[in-house]
Design a protein around this ligand. Structure first.
Ligand code: FES
Length: 577
């Protein structure tokens, strides 16, 4: 039902144009132009500047601030960065001007905001993406819808395939349950913004058809996939992946296929490729495996082109750790068969042994465990604990960029855990061995090792948490150590780990944190939640608190844009006019 309200006499509206009127709780700009009246939301959809201060010419309203232009009758913008402005129906009756402040819209809010999200992704406009995510959330739309839109866009519009953007989106999706409700949409906006950034200016992903052969066994498909990746034939590998999906391989079979190809060479692209595989599988768990045909082929270009760690001197000299892994891998099927079904209990010093200075002994520790029945899940978890220690004991006298080195090992180890939970094929143990060798190679970054904090647990948890949060506000090396100590104090004093995670998530999302801190926090939460032993799990939260402290504060530009988007969607005035 139209609900027109009188706003002015015709004479007054002509005389005062442009005029600001309040109607239905809204601030509306009333324009008289070329003999007609137009009513629009007076807040510029870009940054909220009063459009009544703008100028009108030939049916086009120009905002005076950043000069965005809007078609006056429908509100469509000529400048996509600004977004369209809302318009309202106007009627003239008996010498009076009436405006309907709440007209029935042609599209429901969910449909409207989905379209806006797709537009924001195409144009890489963070404000439009943020507003769309908030609008979808306010409309009660399941976050999986935004994730699906992001996954579809990210896999279609990047010729290089799966990258840091989609990885960030998947990591943010994993974080959602640990976050405050108010931060969940921030996380979605961060993930979707990262996808848009990653695709901006990139050529699209041209799809290969699946191989048409039918009745091919899963084993043969795996072999074809490995052979095509081996010779860096991305097109052929993509056709095999599509054929495997069409043949009905389930997620465990597909995980086995990707793990095999991703571990035929060592630690691809500093571990990123296996992490991306894991993140793609995790995203499919959330958006539905019916999207496998879009998501999994996007992993192929990166796998085919990846740098193989055996090509790096650090994996060859002074100890040829690549050869160590390859020699152990040759024995894996026999070792695996010997230990299969045996219960293995992790020795008390196992993680310390993985942190040792002798790579031969580290490989021995792992292969002995395999013979004794250790599963890849158990071994991957132990390597991830060792990798967390490298972060938790990272010395700030190192070069700042060396944080990346321990971080890469850590996220790789976390990915190994995720994939080991899907498949226990022998190749999974190669991934564990690669992770262990990377932990070994990172040992100089713990020289001397910063002691792990071991507090008494007699602090007020609230005070420890306040102290921790302060460390994220100061840019100084010494805050890194303090952050780890206060996180440990909080937990040792009985502080609620879920509250700590919510706070760390809040800090992460308000900062322009970038790819690595976002990965790091997500990996730490995942490993903490998966830990059998709470005390051992704590190391992960201590490690990520230190990592965050090293990477904060930032300018918080993204947070500022998000807050403007929230205020615009709520209908708040941002600039009076
Ligand atoms: S163009 Fe209007 S506020 Fe930026």
């Amino acid at each position: 039902m139209p609900n027109f309200e009188r706003v002015a006499s015709v004479a007054e509206a002509r005389e005062a144009s442009p005029q600001v009127v309040r109607v239905g709780g809204r601030t509306v700009g009333l324009f008289h132009h070329e003999g007609a009246f137009y009513a629009i939301d007076n807040r510029c959809p870009h940054m909220g500047f009063p459009l009544s201060d703008g100028s009108v010419e030939d049916g086009v309203l120009t905002c005076p601030w950043h000069h965005a232009r809007f078609e006056l009758s429908g509100g469509d913008t000529f400048d996509p960065f600004a977004d369209d402005v809302t318009t309202f129906p106007v009627e003239v009756r008996g010498g009076e001007v009436y405006v309907d402040p709440d007209p029935e819209r042609e599209t429901d809010p969910a449909t409207h905001w989905r379209a806006r999200l797709e537009h924001g992704l195409r144009e890489s406009l963070s404000l439009v993406i943020d507003k769309a995510v908030i609008g979808l959330d306010d409309a009660g739309v399941d976050p999986a819808v935004s994730l699906r839109i992001g996954a579809t866009f990210g896999t279609e519009y990047r010729a290089d395939g799966w990258g840091s953007g989609l990885t960030t989106l998947s990591a943010m999706a994993t974080l959602l349950p640990a976050l405050r409700p108010a931060d969940r949409r921030r996380a979605l906006a961060v993930g979707l913004g990262a996808v848009a950034d990653d695709c901006a200016g990139e050529p699209p992903f041209f799809v290969q058809d699946p191989l048409s052969a039918s009745g091919v066994s899963a084993d043969r498909l795996v072999e074809w996939f490995r052979e095509t990746i081996e010779v860096r034939d991305a097109d052929g590998a993509e056709r095999v992946v599509r054929a495997a999906i069409r043949a009905g391989l389930d997620d465990a079979d597909l995980a086995a296929m990707f793990v095999a190809a991703a571990t035929d060479h060592r630690y691809l692209d500093a571990g990123h490729r296996l992490d991306f595989v894991n993140k793609a599988f995790e995203l499919l768990d959330r958006i539905g495996w019916d999207h496998a045909d879009a998501v999994l082929p996007s992993l192929v270009p990166g796998l085919a082109a990846a740098e193989r760690a055996e090509e790096r001197s650090s994996w060859r000299q002074p100890v040829d750790v690549a050869a160590l892994v390859e020699a152990a891998s040759d024995d894996l099927p026999a070792l695996f068969a010997t230990g299969e079904g045996e219960p293995w209990t992790e020795p008390a010093d196992f993680v310390d042994r993985l942190l040792g200075d002798d790579p031969h002994d580290i490989v021995d520790a792992l292969t002995e465990a395999v013979v004794s029945g250790a599963t890849s899940v158990q071994l991957a978890s132990a390597v991830a604990d060792a990798a967390a220690r490298r972060v938790a004991q990272f010395g700030t006298a190192n070069e700042f960029r060396d944080w990346n080195t321990v971080h890469h090992t850590y996220t790789y180890a976390n990915a190994t855990c995720g994939l080991a939970a899907r498949t226990d094929v022998p190749e999974m143990y190669r991934a564990v061995l690669d992770g262990a060798m990377s932990v070994y190679l990172d040992r100089f970054l713990n020289t001397p090792p910063i002691p792990l904090p071991d507090p008494d647990g007699d602090r007020d948890p609230d005070a420890a948490l306040d102290d921790l949060l302060e460390t994220f506000e100061v840019e100084a090396d010494e805050t890194v150590g303090r952050a780890g100590r206060h996180a440990a104090e909080y937990l040792a004093s009985g502080g609620d780990p879920d509250r700590l995670k919510r706070k760390l998530g809040e800090v992460l999302l308000r900062e322009d944190a970038g790819f690595h801190p976002r990965q790091n926090v997500e990996a730490a939460f995942t490993r903490y939640d998966a830990a059998d032993d709470e005390g051992r799990g704590r190391v992960h939260l201590v490690a990520t608190a230190r990592y965050l402290a090293a990477h904060t504060p930032t300018r918080r530009e993204g947070e500022q844009t998000f807050r403007i988007a929230e205020r615009l969607n709520r209908g708040e005035a941002i600039h009076e006019g």
